[in-house]
Design a protein around this ligand. Sequence first.
Ligand SMILES: [Fe+2]
Ligand SMILES: [Fe+2]
Length: 258
Amino acid sequence: MVTTTEIAKDVFRIAVFVPEINLEFSHFLVRDEEPLLFHAGLRGMFPVLRDQVSRLMDVSKIRHVGFSHFESDECGALNQWLELAPAAQPVCGLVGALVSVNDFSIRPARALTRDDVLSTGQKNFRFIPTPHVPHGWDAGVLFEESEKTLFCSDLFHQWGQREPATSDSIIDRCRDALLESEAGPFANYVPYTHHTGRVLEVLAGYRPRTLAVMHGSTYHGDGGKAFRDLATVMREVLGPKAQHGETTSEGTIRTEEN
Ligand SMILES: [Fe+2]
Ligand SMILES: [Fe+2]
């Protein structure tokens, strides 16, 4: 149930599908002078991920372990990676470092603030804080500037096992996923606030060409348009007209119109 795919030059998507919850977890390895793993993954997935990474490089040479926000699928196995790679350091936003990571991690994080750039050698990653998008005060994303690959965490979430990468629009899947999440125990997965649209517009402005999504296919195409489409979908599904985020007993979103 593990699929490894090169989604951009020397950027590998290592995806583990968990059929019991119909969800795929993607982790991104950047093979560069200072290798970066984005998403440390769940502790339970660590042995599988370690074996996959070791097919691509010497795992002890990983230098950066990055993630968007403090949650187990983002950084549960952080310390296992740090134990394996003596020079590796967590990398996350300042809020994440100060609120959670520096307490949890066996080594202190490299804490990034807006527009800080992490260089891995040939590639440069700009940190963009995205508080509460997709969720978590500490949330942020990394944007690789030469090939315009955005590591966007839970944004563009798709349920199920998907093709590793696609150039077809994923927005319908994302709408379905949000509706499905709202109708079940994962309701309120993504908050909708007066900041949400602005944060998504900032991300659209970087005009990413590859969206490295944690749950679902990587998307190749017009990332600016994809973010504006996502903003529309989130407003429709989660915004003020969506009955304050409530769902009906039938599992559908009520709006003011119906
Ligand atoms: Fe998350
Ligand atoms: Fe996630």
